[in-house]
Design a protein around this ligand. Structure first.
Ligand SMILES: *Cc1c(COP(=O)(O)O)cnc(C)c1O
Length: 422
């Protein structure tokens, strides 16, 4: 048994009974019933693909049979299909501290990164450097590089180690593109302070909220952020490949001339004019016809996060993470598992990562044994913490299972088999 301090204040003795008690008194416990929980599975990967809400299946089925099946094309108007990107955008806005009309659900995160970079370069048109850090999620970096291939005179990507980020903020930089919660370590960046420092040098800031939205409270307007993007299928439980979203501060909207200038971003799409003219509002960030079925599923997930209250979710997530770390430390006194995430609950987002010498083989073995987690090269195993459907007792069972698997596995044999089929 070990003792864990949450935020340095309250101490919990953790054994299985304590965890069962915490479950009993959990203010969010009823939300687990709103999800399909996979059989015989400890699901620790909701940071990568959130589980399916029960309501999604019902809603999708009725949209397909009734709205699409019976209504056909009429449902674009009769069932408000046509305004769903805006309606869902406004709901997501509430989770990330944005205002009405500042967020739209559309496309993938990668495509929205493309739009946000172009927008930032248009607003800050005298500069051409887009700065990011080596630790950023690769797609963010790839989108910068693709743009450079097409328009080398307009954009220069600059990628620095995060340790030299602040000193790299100078008057040559047009925009800074950062992810708030690091996808490997779960470390949270200081959005307010970094945005402030960038603005002091005339740099616009684009935040990727893929691992933030639905996991930690975000205050885009309070931090004066310029642009943001994020993902619908992680903590928002919007379903595999769910539409993503993009935010732009209202002050920039009229300065942006979309280069993904599809008809749905037009001021009047159904006038079928020959000249592109961007919509006056956030619609100018749309390109083609919205993926309605994906949007409906996304909305089901977003509604649950709104109902749960992001502050309560965050509070429970911090506690779950702290207990998981403590149970792991208690179980593995050796250096076999090295914590790769911040120990400080305030600095750690929605997953806990450990480095392990045989991380890849071990993560596979865990998944085969019913603990769904994932691996990020070279040696990181990630355990997603999802307070909507995770129970405290799951932490205990997971750590027991990790111990069983590590004790009973011969890594040399394991790695040979994996080499055969990868
Ligand atoms: C998951 C994730 C993405 C996903 O991008 P897609 O275009 O939806 O595949 C982007 N950025 C970050 C930081 C992510 O974690």
């Amino acid at each position: 048994m070990s003792v864990v301090k949450i935020n340095g204040i309250k101490a919990y003795m953790i054994d299985k009974n304590t965890l069962l008690d915490l479950d009993k008194n959990d203010a969010l416990k009823s939300f687990r019933e709103e999800f399909q929980i996979p059989d015989n599975t400890l699901y620790f990967d909701g940071n990568s693909l959130g589980l399916a809400p029960q309501i999604t299946q019902k809603k999708m089925s009725s949209v397909i049979s009734s709205e699409w099946g019976q209504g056909g094309i009429r449902s674009w108007i009769n069932h408000d299909w046509g305004i769903s990107p805006q309606r869902i955008g406004n709901k997501i806005a509430k989770l990330i501290g944005a205002g009405n009309g500042e967020v739209i659900a559309a496309d993938s995160t990668s495509i929205n990164i493309f739009k946000a970079i172009v927008a930032a370069l248009q607003v800050n048109h005298e500069r051409k450097i887009i700065l990011t850090v080596e630790e950023n999620f690769p797609t963010d970096i790839y989108m910068m590089q693709g743009l450079e291939t097409f328009a080398p005179s307009k954009i220069t990507p600059k990628i620095v180690p995060s340790s030299s980020l602040i000193e790299s903020l100078d008057e040559s930089v047009a925009a800074l593109l950062l992810t708030e919660v690091n996808y490997k370590t779960g470390e949270i960046s200081d959005m307010r302070e970094i945005t402030r420092q960038a603005h002091q040098r005339g740099i616009l800031v684009i935040w990727d909220l893929s691992h933030s939205v639905g996991s930690i409270p975000v205050d885009l307007n309070g931090c004066n952020v310029d642009f943001a993007v994020g993902c619908g299928y992680k903590f928002l439980n919007g379903g595999p490949g769910a539409p993503a979203f993009i935010y732009t501060a209202k002050r920039h909207l009229s300065l942006i001339d979309p280069i993904l200038s599809g008809w749905f971003g037009h001021a009047n799409p159904f006038a079928f004019n020959l000249q592109y003219e961007p919509a006056k509002n956030i619609n100018r960030f749309m390109c083609g016809t919205p993926p309605l079925l994906g949007l409906i599923a996304l909305e089901c997930g977003v509604d649950i996060s709104l109902k749960a209250d992001i502050k309560l979710l965050r509070k429970k997530a911090k506690k779950l993470g702290a207990i998981f770390i403590e149970l792991m430390r208690d179980k593995f006194k050796s250096k076999e598992f090295e914590l790769a995430s911040p120990l400080d609950d305030e600095k750690r987002g929605g997953h806990v990562s450990f480095r392990h010498l045989h991380g890849f083989a071990l993560s596979r073995a865990l998944v085969e044994n019913g603990l769904v987690c994932d691996f990020r090269s070279p040696d990181i195993i990630r355990f997603g913490i999802t307070p909507l459907y995770m129970r405290y007792q799951d932490l205990y069972d997971a750590v027991e299972l990790i111990a069983d698997v590590t004790e009973s596995t011969n890594w040399e044999e394991k790695e040979e088999t994996i080499a055969l089929y990868t």
